[in-house]
Ligand binder design. Structure first.
Ligand code: DGL
Length: 267
């Protein structure tokens, strides 16, 4: 059983990609809505929450945990790895593919304050800074929009515009989504940035990485892993193409946002 958690519904953007590869697996998804957003919280607070959630996921029988939250990965994955005997898969801001793909030589990163301050991001950034210009901005108000289900429309565009425009004005032709909530705003982000700007969601790479680690951990046979990775080539492999997901949805707060967002990705 695979455990996945986030501060809120954002991690479902990661579950969506994992499920496309591994539809036969069972899942527990935990949204810490009662404490969302994590973006401005202290690393200590996030570490405590991440440990408590992990305990719950392990009690439910999860054998591997996906930290489907960039902010929690930045603040807590090292602590989690030190504290528990299972494997943790974290989020990685997709600076590398963006740096390799940019034509203008400028990439823009949207993430929470916690992620942008984290040592993992700063290290990755440092590796590419000599080759490309990296500009960043906190997606101010983005998480709140997604939790409220306001994914399109005038209000959403106004909020997104404020954080996105500075990156576009710097000449960014590639935008990295460094927070798992942001892919739910991708239509608005694409509409505002126009067709010449690429938008990168690292969730597919995380799903692929999970498959490799599950093989190493003997949680998946090599044969099933091959089948899973072949699904990457299938366009539009919709969630309900594989039937009803075996998933338990847990929330520390209002479960409605989670149900609503789950219904959205299940369409
Ligand atoms: N979805 C989260 C992330 O990837 C957390 C956002 C937040 O709670 O501020 O960073």
């Amino acid at each position: 059983m695979i455990g996945i958690f986030d501060s809120g519904v954002g991690g479902l953007s990661v579950f969506r990609e994992i499920y496309k590869l591994l539809p036969e697996q069972s899942y527990v998804f935990y949204a810490d809505n009662a404490n969302c957003p994590y973006g401005e919280k202290t690393p200590e607070f996030i570490q405590e929450r991440a440990k408590a959630i992990t305990n719950e996921l392990l009690q439910k029988g999860c054998q591997i945990i996906v930290v489907a939250c960039n902010t929690a990965t930045a603040a807590a994955i090292a602590t989690l790895r030190d504290s528990f005997p299972v494997k943790f898969i974290g989020m990685e801001p997709a600076v590398k593919p963006a740096a390799l793909g940019t034509k203008s030589g400028v990439i823009g990163v949207l993430a929470t304050a916690g992620t942008l301050k984290g040592s993992k991001y700063l290290k990755t950034k440092g590796q590419f800074e000599d080759d490309v210009k990296i500009v960043e901005h906190v997606g101010q108000g983005f998480v709140e929009l997604v939790e409220a289900g306001k994914l399109v429309g005038k209000e959403t565009e106004d909020v997104v515009e404020k954080s996105l425009r500075p990156l576009l004005d710097e000449g960014a032709d590639t935008i990295v989504l460094g927070c798992t909530h942001y892919p739910f705003l991708i239509d608005t982000i694409k509409k505002l940035s126009g067709p010449s700007v690429g938008v990168i969601d690292p969730a597919v790479a995380v799903a692929r990485h999970l498959v490799f680690v599950m093989v190493q951990e003997h949680l998946l046979s090599e044969r099933d892993a091959t089948t899973a990775l072949m699904r990457l080539a299938e366009p539009d492999y919709a969630i309900d193409a594989a039937g009803k997901p075996k998933i338990e949805l847990c929330s520390s707060g209002d479960p409605e946002a989670l149900q609503r967002t789950f219904a959205l990705i299940s369409r």
